[in-house]
Write a protein that binds this ligand. Sequence first.
Ligand SMILES: [Mg+2]
Ligand SMILES: [Zn+2]
Length: 200
Amino acid sequence: MRRRAFFIDRDGTISEEVGYVNHPSRYRVFPFAAEAVKLINRAGWLAVLVTNQAGVARGYFKEDLIAEVHEQLKQGLASEGARLDAIYYCPHHPSVGDAPYRAECDCRKPKPGLIARAAEELDIDLARSWTIGDRYGDTELARNAGTRAALVLTGYGRGEFEYQRGSWRHQPDLIAENLLEAVREILRTDDDAKHERATG
Ligand SMILES: [Mg+2]
Ligand SMILES: [Zn+2]
């Protein structure tokens, strides 16, 4: 059977929004992140990170740094018993930098390329999956990719929600304080999960 997934934004959602993470020392995972990912693991859903990293195209850092930061993230989560199943990122920018990173790609969020690739490679049922992020662009991403959308109030979330939601074309399906609350709420209200609990 096709798997269900949580597509999780990186900066502002699983880790602090600090502007460009141009060195691993700037990267700070939220204290609740491991618990959230563990709940996802235990529920049998996939935990998939999806992130724009245009700092590469902009020349702020090399693509290697992204791998280093993601290794740090994975190890930090693993030390608390949590597992990210996959990480997909877009290093491009449509109008800044040099080829191959200066590109009108199909993967820069809110374009659905990263999620489409994950769905293909990991056999994911998008209609029964969720995208969680701190920016309105993540809600647009969810719409474009065909998943449901949760907005978290960490990172840019609270400000965007308070001051900009009047102009949003789409509203998120769920608004939550943070990633852990979002995951809890989604799993708690999920019909299939309830069914699985009832039937043991
Ligand atoms: Mg973000
Ligand atoms: Zn891209």
